[in-house]
Ligand binder design. Structure first.
Ligand SMILES: *[C@@H]1O[C@H](CO)[C@@H](O)[C@H](O)[C@H]1NC(C)=O
Ligand SMILES: *[C@@H]1O[C@H](CO)[C@@H](O)[C@H](O)[C@H]1NC(C)=O
Ligand SMILES: *[C@@H]1O[C@H](CO)[C@@H](O)[C@H](O)[C@H]1NC(C)=O
Length: 294
């Protein structure tokens, strides 16, 4: 390769990155040490030398957590997780986007552990303007403690899609024009935490954390954050430019393949859906429950 072409490659690279900075969208580094900081108990967080792999530990002394340096408004997050093997009852691993404001917006994955041999529950939730109570729960179609699987969130102005190995397990559509809450103004940080939730997590709190079976360790790797970095101006993040690809029309709803997979999950794997629990809402289900799901 001649000097000219090397320098033109460098120039293109330079401008591509400049454009990315100006528009605020980011493809993460893949290095936990670079994109995140530990927010709870550094000595319960292990990171591999190359930064691509991290574990969170829970023992009698403490749980652990970390959070992204940046905040994001819309984008796509992918993260591979291997859950706590064997006995994990009472533990909760949460991976979530949160705005941390009093009128909090939040998009949650929560993995609820179990006694040895019994299935984990994957709970998802969406908070909008401080209102939560939108839990859904599924049993996974594989043992999530045996191998790494990819858990993803696509979040744009039209929908939030939770995916497991690219299979959409939950869709939360933007029905704000019909009065339903939807996270669409507040930037959110990406966080992960492992903690003792044994007052409620496993069989409604019946199975407790058994410290003699600990420490409890969950593993995370190969994350990717492709999202609009918050720089104080929502217009940048709402624009449907090619940099903000997740805002493009084809990501505004599930495609045919995704709909087929989604219906399969709904039919065979959902064990709790707040929209099917009118008692909890004194008979008056939240508005989005009577609107199209996907
Ligand atoms: C989990 O249980 C299996 C079988 O009981 C055992 O062989 C394995 O060492 C245990 N793994 C851990 C991480 O404790
Ligand atoms: C744990 O196993 C029990 C018995 O199979 C099941 O009812 C429950 O849903 C499982 N998961 C959790 C988190 O409680
Ligand atoms: C549907 O969307 C998924 C995820 O974006 C993509 O991998 C797949 O190729 C799409 N399929 C069709 C038929 O468009």
């Amino acid at each position: 390769m001649g000097t000219m072409s090397v320098s033109s490659v460098l120039i293109v690279f330079f401008f591509a990155n400049l454009l990315r900075l100006v528009l605020g969208s980011v493809v993460s580094t893949g290095n936990f040490n670079k994109d995140f900081f530990v927010t709870w108990s550094p000595n319960h967080v292990y990171t591999s030398p190359d930064g691509h792999y991290r574990t969170l530990k829970l023992d009698q002394a403490s749980g652990s957590s970390f959070a992204s340096n940046e905040m994001f408004l819309f984008g796509r997050i992918d993260l591979q997780i291997k859950l706590i093997p064997n006995y994990s009852a009472g533990t909760v691993l949460a991976v979530y986007l949160t705005s941390e404001q009093p009128n909090r917006d939040e998009i949650d994955f929560e993995f609820l552990g179990n006694v040895t041999g019994q299935p984990y529950i994957l709970q998802t939730n969406v908070y909008a303007d401080g209102f939560d109570n939108r839990e859904e729960r599924i049993y996974l179609w594989f043992d999530p403690t045996k191998d790494f699987h990819t858990y993803s969130i696509l979040w744009n102005l039209h929908q939030i899609v939770f995916m497991v190995d690219q299979v959409p397990i939950r869709v939360y559509r933007n029905h704000a024009n019909k009065g339903a809450g939807f996270p669409r103004w507040q930037p959110m940080a990406l966080k992960a935490s492992l903690w003792n939730g044994d007052s409620w997590a496993t069989r409604g709190g019946k199975d407790k954390v058994d410290w003699s079976k600990g420490p409890f360790i969950a593993s995370l790797r190969n994350y990717k954050i492709d999202a609009c970095v918050w720089k104080g101006n929502p217009r940048f993040c709402r624009a449907g430019s090619s940099k903000n690809w997740w805002n493009m029309p084809r990501f505004s709803s599930l495609n045919w393949t995704q709909r087929r997979l989604f219906r399969w999950v709904r039919k065979h794997h959902v064990i709790y859906d707040y929209c099917k629990d009118p008692e909890r809402f004194q008979g008056k289900l939240p508005v989005e429950c009577s609107l199209p799901k996907y």
